[in-house]
Design a protein around this ligand. Structure first.
Ligand SMILES: NC(=O)c1ccc[n+]([C@@H]2O[C@H](COP(=O)([O-])OP(=O)(O)OC[C@H]3O[C@@H](n4cnc5c(N)ncnc54)[C@H](O)[C@@H]3O)[C@@H](O)[C@H]2O)c1
Length: 391
């Protein structure tokens, strides 16, 4: 990392791989790194700021140059040669938002080259690979972080506030509903990449979403101790980016039950074949002895036991109460930044100022483990223990 005393900037050069993709471009490049530059960097409180300097890496030089030009970066500084970028001693961090299948090898190389790591999830396609990366990183003494963006969503931050404030009493259960209709691609273009629906290309909703559920459940309610899942492919045929039909070999829906340390039971449905009849694309209902809450991406509504209605089951008469209207909106009480950016800032502070940071490659491996065990539970038709991971 270089310090420019004139501007009091600590420059961190970040090789960003996969920035032409959905996540790499929108969330990481535009909404995080470029947004941090637009706000003047990450202030450290001592007059200096961390200044991220992205170096775009990928497979298509034209697309990379176009991206760089569009965003005021040097189009000549882009690269399609990852090995050369990793051999460049001025690069501090390797960031990976490539397709999942390409990640493990690239991160392994980057650690071997002595780079710090920041990466999308899942960190690898299997637990062994994910743990191997975590061990390699520990042995190399580099700093590493894995995206756990859902923790930084306004809705979940408000939910966390309720948990930490003791609002729920004993937390009994968590019910999560995630999903939306992903178009098949024939008469309307699909809104997700086709590799997501091919197991051989690293696709599948379990691999995609269980890593998120692992850290959400773990951080808010307790470590996941068992998993029981049913993963299925409701839509077996889809059409790709070129309009060609293909067989969807990966699961597009997963119905999971998780037992958490402390006794809470969580049940989360994840589906790309469900139409949304909810306030938000993901919602978690938490029921506790003292109160309940429903949190989405942005909103969070709560109901205290003192304000809980007493419905009586009677199908012969129409519902007498408007149950949804009986919940109270939890106020923001602050400003929420983009979740990806918020986590990037914490990682950069960890990197430069050595501030504590726990969302690392071991945390990432826990997500991969839950996905792997979820798929195995589904294949074997039984509930599985989730052993605690150690390096
Ligand atoms: N944190 C989140 O909420 C979240 C959400 C969606 C996806 N993701 C993760 O982000 C990663 C990228 O997902 P995406 O939806 O942006 O995918 P995408 O298909 O839009 O982008 C993939 C990127 O990888 C590059 N790439 C490298 N090697 C490739 C290859 N062999 N084939 C195809 N593309 C290749 C592409 O050029 C592109 O830049 C995945 O690992 C996914 O799990 C995370």
């Amino acid at each position: 990392m270089t310090t420019h005393s004139a501007a009091e900037r600590k420059t961190v050069r970040i090789a960003m791989n996969g920035v032409t993709g959905r996540m790499g471009y929108r969330q990481h490049l535009v909404r995080s790194i470029l947004a941090i530059r637009e706000q003047g960097g990450v202030p450290l409180g001592d007059g200096t700021v961390i200044w991220p300097e992205p170096v775009l890496v990928g497979r298509r030089p034209h697309a990379l140059r176009e991206l760089a030009t569009r965003h005021g970066l040097d189009p000549e500084a882009v690269s399609t040669d990852l090995d050369a970028v990793l051999a460049d001693p001025t690069i501090d961090v390797y960031f990976d938002a490539q397709v999942t299948l390409a990640r493990e090898e690239a991160i392994g190389k980057a650690i071997a080259a002595g780079k710090h790591i920041y990466t999308e999830k899942p960190t690898a396609t299997g637990l062994d690979g994910a743990l191997a990366l975590a061990r390699q990183a520990r042995d190399a003494g580099i700093k590493h972080g894995v995206v756990q963006d859902k923790l930084f969503l306004p809705g979940l931050l408000k939910l966390k506030r309720l948990v930490e404030g003791g609002f729920f009493g004993e937390i009994l259960s968590v019910r999560g509903e995630f999903g939306y209709w992903v178009f098949e691609g024939d008469w309307q273009e699909a809104q997700r990449p086709s590799w997501n629906y091919r197991a051989q290309d690293g696709g599948g909703i379990v691999v995609d979403m269980f890593p998120h559920w692992e850290y959400v459940l773990h951080e808010l309610f307790g470590r996941v101790e068992t998993v029981q899942a049913l993963a299925t492919t409701h839509i077996p045929r889809r059409w790709d980016e070129a309009g060609e039909a293909y067989d969807a070999t990966a699961d597009d829906s997963a119905y999971g039950i998780f037992q958490l340390a402390g006794g809470t039971v969580a049940q989360i449905n994840s589906s790309w074949s469900v139409r949304v009849n909810r306030e938000e694309l993901v919602e978690f209902q938490v029921d506790g002895t003292e109160g309940s809450a429903v949190a989405g991406l942005r909103g969070c509504r709560a109901q205290h036991r003192s304000a809980t209605p007493k419905p009586v089951w009677n199908p012969d008469i129409p519902a007498t109460e408007r149950f949804r209207e009986q919940w109270q909106e939890v106020p923001d009480n602050g400003e929420f930044d983009n979740g990806f950016k918020a986590q990037w800032e914490l990682f950069l502070r960890h990197l430069v100022a050595d501030e504590p940071y726990s969302w690392d490659l071991l945390a990432g491996a826990r997500g991969v483990q839950l996905a792997e065990l979820g798929l195995r539970s589904s294949a074997e038709g039984r509930r599985l223990d989730v052993p605690e991971l150690h390096l």
